[in-house]
Design a binder for this molecule. Structure first.
Ligand SMILES: Cc1cc2nc3c(=O)[nH]c(=O)nc-3n(C[C@H](O)[C@H](O)[C@H](O)COP(=O)(O)OP(=O)(O)OC[C@H]3O[C@@H](n4cnc5c(N)ncnc54)[C@H](O)[C@@H]3O)c2cc1C
Length: 419
């Protein structure tokens, strides 16, 4: 790709180099944005053998979130990046033919206690400028999704689904095309700050290699806390791996299970951060605890269709609908085994999807979220002692949706380093 000298955003540093640790959608989005404007060297280091091997970016729900859950008082970055990222991701998918569909979403309330939670979700959506979200009644829901039960719902047309691996591979191709170098099987095991820049040690099999770099961008997902600590032993952030498991069913196997393929979510509710489990609180009590950081909000176990490309490369909704995620902490960073039984999922969704039973379900996938302990928002900042070291820590959901917006934001941070 040709970089234009007249581009006002162009960063002319031909002798400089930037190293990005981690080639998930976030590292790749940053490399993609930087490769359009930076004329130095960009090196992306990935410990996995293949870009499509296990990480958060290959094992997620594939929902293009609209931005209705992220309260600006608590999660300003998630609020901003999700809404911008949603728009950028649809544009990207349309331009580069990544399988996706703007299926829309219902967030459904099934009991009167949930109405205040739903109203608060609408408030957040409006404050975040999410387009066209509105409260609808049961009749409206039934027109689109006759098998869904509720007493009221939020309708959110800008929510969608994407093939996350297809997106990752497309980013990978573009980054390579723009002459950024991507090294797989390259595990960063040490970083030594120098007078200027850093000495990075990479392990590839039995082979160790050390090289110098001017700027490091830490996008190491579940290991982002370890990478941050290599540079600054005082790094305050810790990653808590959180497993999210899912099952799936065929929407065409039985008329009672048919869905048109919208994202169907329960009303968000509180969970206790330490002991877990649903907090059955009236909204006013929940909000008090939530604003003090004493309770977390969860989106709940939901129905999400899978997208696929057929033989003619047309994007269609698959007949398969996933149900998840069933969340659990203390899972470690590597363990992808299923731990919840099928009845767990039936119990979670039967208030709004009453005809589902264990016999309809197959196990689908598990993924592990990189949550930062005590940090509800994305952490994206320079290390306080090393201004040319940028940390991205706790890039959990909606990181897939936000990735392109994060890429542009980090580009701006890099410019401040070179100013
Ligand atoms: C179950 C689940 C469901 C989700 N659902 C959604 C959703 O529906 N919508 C949404 O928007 N988001 C969703 N997310 C969140 C989204 O997937 C993540 O926010 C996003 O993929 C994060 O991308 P990343 O590049 O930061 O991290 P990752 O994809 O984890 O990539 C980090 C990379 O760093 C590499 N790495 C680590 N350590 C080193 C090292 N020392 N040296 C070199 N490389 C290293 C890893 O191998 C990995 O490839 C979900 C996540 C999960 C787990």
């Amino acid at each position: 790709m040709e970089k234009k000298l007249c581009d006002m955003f162009y960063i002319m540093k031909p002798n400089q180099n930037i190293t990005i640790v981690g080639a998930g959608v976030v590292g790749l989005s940053i490399a993609y944005e930087l490769s359009k404007v930076f004329d130095g060297e960009i090196n992306l280091l990935e410990k996995n053998e293949k870009i499509s091997d296990d990480n958060q970016s290959t094992r997620n729900s594939g929902v293009i979130h609209a931005g209705i859950y992220y309260d600006q008082r608590i999660m300003p970055k998630k609020a901003a990046f999700c809404v911008t990222g949603n728009r950028l991701l649809y544009e990207f998918c349309a331009t580069y033919k990544v399988a996706h569909k703007r299926v829309g979403k219902f967030v459904v309330a099934t009991s009167p206690d949930e109405i205040d939670y739903l109203a608060d979700t609408l408030r957040i959506a409006r404050e975040n400028n999410v387009p066209d979200v509105r409260m609808v009644d049961t009749g409206f829901v039934k027109k689109y999704e006759p098998n869904i039960n509720c007493i009221a719902a939020l309708y959110c047309p800008s929510s969608g689904v994407i093939d996350p691996v297809g997106y990752l591979k497309k980013l990978h191709g573009l980054v390579k095309q723009n002459h950024a170098a991507i090294y797989t099987k390259s595990h960063v095991i040490d970083i030594l700050p120098q007078k200027q820049g850093f000495k990075v040690t990479v392990q590839s099999g039995d082979h160790l290699e050390t090289f110098d770099t001017d700027i490091i961008i830490n996008c190491a997902g579940l290991n982002s806390d370890i990478i941050a600590t290599l540079v600054n032993p005082e790094n305050p952030y810790e990653i808590i791996p959180m497993k999210g498991e899912a099952v799936k069913f065929l929407r065409t196997q039985n008329p009672d299970l048919f869905t048109s393929g919208m994202n169907i979510y329960p009303t968000p509710h509180g969970v206790y951060p330490e002991k877990g489990g649903k907090a059955n609180l009236l909204f006013a009590e929940f909000e008090k605890l939530y604003l003090k950081g004493l309770i977390k909000k969860t989106l709940g176990v939901h129905l999400t269709p899978l997208v696929q490309k057929d033989q003619t490369a047309q994007v269609t909704l698959s007949d398969e609908i996933s149900i998840g995620p069933a969340m659990s902490a203390d899972c470690g960073k590597q363990s992808y085994a299923h731990t919840f039984d099928k009845n767990y999922y039936v119990q979670r969704v039967r208030s709004f999807f009453p005809h589902i039973s264990e016999a309809h379900l197959d196990f689908y996938q598990t993924g592990i979220l990189a949550m930062a302990k005590g940090q509800p928002d994305f952490v994206i900042e320079k290390d306080p002692n090393h201004e040319n070291f940028i940390n991205l820590i706790g890039i959990d959901s909606p990181g897939l949706t936000s990735s392109l917006a994060i890429g542009k934001y980090v580009c701006e941070i890099v410019k401040t380093i070179y100013q």
